[in-house]
Write a protein that binds this ligand. Sequence first.
Ligand SMILES: Nc1ncnc2c1ncn2[C@@H]1O[C@H](COP(=O)(O)OP(=O)(O)O)[C@@H](O)[C@H]1O
Ligand SMILES: [Mg+2]
Length: 323
Amino acid sequence: MFSIEVTNLKKSYGSLKAVDGISFKVKQGEVFGLLGPNGAGKTTTIEIMEGLRERDSGDIKIFGLDPWKDGYEVHKKIGVIPQEFTFFEKTTPREAIKYYASLFNVKVDANTILKEVLLDEMENHVFESLSGGQKQKTGLALSLVNSPGLLFLDEPTTGLDPNARRAIWEVIRKLKAKGKTIILTTHYLDEAQQLSDRVAIMDHGHIVAMGTTEEIIQQHGSGEYLEIHGDQQLADYINTNTELQGKYDKAKGIITIPLKKKIDMLAALAAAEQSGMKWGEIQTRQDSLDDVFIKLINEPFGEQEEEKPIEQKVNKKGHVKHG
Ligand SMILES: Nc1ncnc2c1ncn2[C@@H]1O[C@H](COP(=O)(O)OP(=O)(O)O)[C@@H](O)[C@H]1O
Ligand SMILES: [Mg+2]
């Protein structure tokens, strides 16, 4: 049973094609990650699914309903945290939950929700005094007020420090364990990888890859590499005496040789031995999701820094528009 079915969705702002014919389905209970740099079209897509923006064309079913035409019915069944969620400064999380419950005209047990989002200790602190992570947890709490089966989380951890991000991940995992279907947008690769059952990588309004992260690496990665610690002369020797094409990275002191077949490794090692030159550690590796992501969004491979959002790496090169 699919909670979401999107077919050939399009949305332009003037001449800008923000979403340019995307299709995907999300199963009940699945965590589906929309991953992409700033300006890829993630928020536009998610807000159309939420019934907050009107599409130009394409078909969308949320629990079988059209979110634009049947907005009232859809809103009762979904929970939403908008990008850059904020709330009345002088309101506490507990009051905020009560306020939302009155809007939805439902009775809620605020204690249960506060516990569920790991916010019970801060329930009586006003919003403006909360940390970034606690503010996002307040957003998560509010998205749960109407007991939705489907949650839309637009960049729930952007701008948070690593510990706060992990705390939000913990809440999202708990919600998944309770059977909620979750659509999550993020520009953090590790977040998509950690939380999502399946990922769609978006760039310039297109889905450029979709599947489990393993499937995406298999489909779009360049297979296996042999890495040999050595020098330029050794790389030249191997390239001259075998069919292989190794590349020497001076900074790392590593020769990287793409392997078409596993057996190519033998030829490389035999040549290295035969050369009489010095060589050190050897290892094989495959493209990581990071390698594949950088390839798919047409950006040169930048330095890898942990916990750094992708769009920051990409923007250093100045090629990707801000959203
Ligand atoms: N209301 C709008 N009016 C005009 N352009 C918009 C509007 N909303 C988004 N855009 C543009 O559409 C593109 C996609 O934006 P968005 O959906 O916010 O992407 P993301 O969430 O992936 O950063 C961006 O180039 C952005 O500047
Ligand atoms: Mg966005």
